[in-house]
Ligand binder design. Structure first.
Ligand code: ADP
Length: 492
């Protein structure tokens, strides 16, 4: 009998449920968009109940569309937007505030005060992370400061915290299981990345009671069971979306690297059994833990990537669909010296400049929509260049190839330009759904559908490889222009 796995991929813009067969082929996908709220400039919030409801809906829809029986689903794997912070009441099981989304900057002042107190070095040493509103710790602190009697309720053991994975597992198990996995925990700024446990000193810096926190578990194991599908289904994996994509891209070995072009861009480089400290603005993170086997990664997070294409569509109305950007970009010979720096929510890796705002440079009377669209697409490639430059600096290695995924990797113009700017081969697999695939693979390992990583490797297929065509001289000239644009943006 075939084994089917249902992966839940809970993202910033949508929730998706994907049913895979045991060859990791997609049987059905159901997707539902979710609203983001922008209550103040730089703030991004979501309704945590909407997140859970959308997950329930897509799971049931995917099952129905697949025409499988509920008992055919051997396990559920969860992968999720990371860092996004939810605090809920233990008794009512209701959130006490909106989910604060990873992009949200409302905790900038809190982070500055922690840096002023001199904690940045300790935090970096213990977590691998720079103090930034991006990570969960300051977001929990902010919620406790903002709701009525927040600290008192937390101290009285009445509140629970979770990233989206914890919230979903909690709701799916009717409040019976309060866990997270190492990959999600490594993004909270509260977990010691070496001991893989909550760190008392970090908790005290942020003044967060340990009783609020979920238990930290492996990436691939059965945590509990849900009745969502009308029978008892094991929840057999939990992983942060980017780590899941690294696994789904089958970057199992140290030295392998993937870049996901979604709302943001996330580049992860497998550093093997040990954590590698970055001096160039990348963060160290846990890639996964399966039994006693822990893998680490270096990560470069770019806050605005596909979101810049959404801005072209919804803000500037230069395109009506994201895919139109490819044709429009190719309708002109070059970007005519235009550079777009989409620092809409500050700049992430390798700059970590939370105050930066977006900018367009090089406009002339001859600049058209097409040039701006092209330059915006190119900004995804340049930002990736900056991260890889940092990575090569940290590791002393020069990247041979980059495996890509995420919505915007469909764009052939972007992928060719990326190859040219990096002077590296870009490998695009046939399966773009690497995030959900990773969650499926973790769940397969937890439930014995597969027993070793090697068994997965034969299932990886390449759709297209992009090789550099641009001269090094031209590439150097373009990169120089980008560097000037970023410098000017930051000085503005
Ligand atoms: P997420 O998981 O972060 O929600 P996805 O991986 O689903 O993101 O990718 C969606 C993003 O990709 C959107 O921001 C969208 O603007 C962008 N995108 C989708 N298709 C294209 C395309 N053909 N060209 C450029 N960008 C695209």
């Amino acid at each position: 009998m075939s084994s089917y796995i249902l992966s839940i991929d809970q993202g910033t813009t949508s929730s998706r449920a994907i049913i895979f067969n045991e060859k990791l082929e997609i049987v059905t996908i159901a997707q539902k968009d979710i609203k983001n709220y922008f209550p103040n400039p730089g703030w991004v919030e979501m309704n945590a109940n909407d997140i859970y409801q959308s997950v329930q809906e897509v799971c049931l829809e995917a099952l129905e569309k697949s025409q499988l029986k509920n008992t055919d689903i051997k396990a559920i794997g969860i992968t999720n937007q990371r860092e996004t912070t939810i605090v809920w009441n233990k008794k009512t099981k209701q959130p006490v505030y909106n989910a604060l989304v990873w992009q949200s900057r409302q905790t900038a002042a809190l982070c500055e005060s922690v840096i002023r107190k001199g904690y940045a070095t300790t935090i970096k040493e213990k977590t691998g992370l720079p103090v930034d509103p991006y990570f969960s710790a300051s977001k929990i602190r902010w919620i406790l400061d903002t709701i009525d009697h927040g600290q008192l309720l937390a101290d009285n053991d009445e509140l629970l915290f979770g990233t989206v994975d914890s919230w979903l597992v909690y709701k799916l198990t009717n409040g019976n299981v309060h866990i997270t996995d190492v990959t999600n925990a490594s993004r909270t700024m509260l977990m010691n990345i070496d001991s893989l446990s909550w760190d008392e000193e970090l908790l005290s810096i942020w003044n967060i009671p340990k009783t609020m926190l979920p238990e930290i578990r492996d990436t691939s194991e059965v945590y509990g069971y849900t009745e969502l599908l009308g029978c008892k289904t094991p929840i057999a994996s939990v992983s942060g979306d980017q780590q899941s994509a690294l696994f789904g891209q089958m970057c199992f070995e140290a030295g392998q690297c993937k870049n996901t072009y979604g709302t943001g861009c996330f580049l992860l480089f497998n550093t093997g059994d040990s954590r590698l400290e970055s001096n160039s603005g990348l963060v160290s993170t846990v890639a996964w833990k399966i039994g006693d086997n822990v893998k680490y990664a270096l990560e470069g997070s770019i806050f605005v990537a596909g979101a810049a294409i959404q801005w072209l569509r919804d803000g500037l109305k230069l395109i009506t669909t994201a895919s139109e950007s490819e044709e429009l970009a190719e309708s002109v010979a070059d970007s005519d010296g235009v550079y777009v720096v989409p620092a809409f929510t500050g700049l992430g890796a390798p700059y970590w400049d939370e105050k930066a705002k977006g900018a367009i440079f090089g406009l002339t009377r001859g600049t058209t929509n097409a040039h701006i669209v092209r330059a915006t697409l190119e900004s995804l490639a340049y930002q990736t260049y900056d991260v890889i430059d940092a990575l090569e600096h940290d590791t002393g290695l020069s990247l041979k190839s980059l495996q890509v995924d995420g919505g915007a990797c469909r764009n052939n113009y972007l992928m060719q330009f990326q190859s040219d700017i990096l002077h590296t081969n870009i490998i695009r697999p046939t399966n773009f759904e690497t995030t959900a695939t990773g969650a499926c693979m973790f769940a397969c390992l937890a439930t014995g559908v597969y027993n070793s990583l090697d068994e997965f490797k034969k299932l990886y297929n390449i759709d297209r490889q992009f090789s550099p065509k641009m001269s090094i001289m031209h590439q150097g000239k373009l990169v120089n222009g980008w560097k000037k644009a970023v410098k000017a943006t930051r000085e503005f």
